[in-house]
Design a protein around this ligand. Structure first.
Ligand SMILES: [Zn+2]
Ligand SMILES: [Zn+2]
Length: 116
């Protein structure tokens, strides 16, 4: 059993998500609930802000975020305005805004050689 870094409850090792908080910090483990909560703002990453001043938020639904995290993939953040337009199925608006508003993909664990 392992302990979640958020709620401090014990879980089966295989149920926990390991991350370096997307920025090369020491590896910690989270349960699904705590991971999602932390990932919502990139574990307190203040640079997750679009040029337009809006916050950048998760660009996938919760289930997708968890599945990407468990596969140690990249999680995408996008300007809140664009995500909201997409959720409202306003695809023309999304297309218009896509170029002007920022997005970023963050590794759940940073790859070892990040220099290439
Ligand atoms: Zn937890
Ligand atoms: Zn924006």
């Amino acid at each position: 059993m392992s302990v979640c870094n958020g709620c401090q409850k014990s879980f089966e090792e295989s149920l926990l998500i390991t991350t370096d908080h997307f920025r090369g910090e020491a590896l910690v483990q989270y349960c699904d609930v705590c991971f999602l909560e932390g990932a919502r703002d990139g574990f307190g990453d203040k640079s997750l802000q679009c040029e337009c001043g809006e916050k950048m938020i998760l660009d996938q639904d919760d289930e997708e975020v968890l599945s990407l995290a468990k596969d140690q993939e990249v999680i995408f953040y996008r300007c809140k305005k664009v995500v909201e337009a997409r959720l409202a199925k306003n695809y023309d608006l999304v297309e218009q805004m896509e170029d002007e508003h920022e997005w970023v993909g963050l590794y759940v664990i940073q790859p070892e050689d990040d220099y290439e």
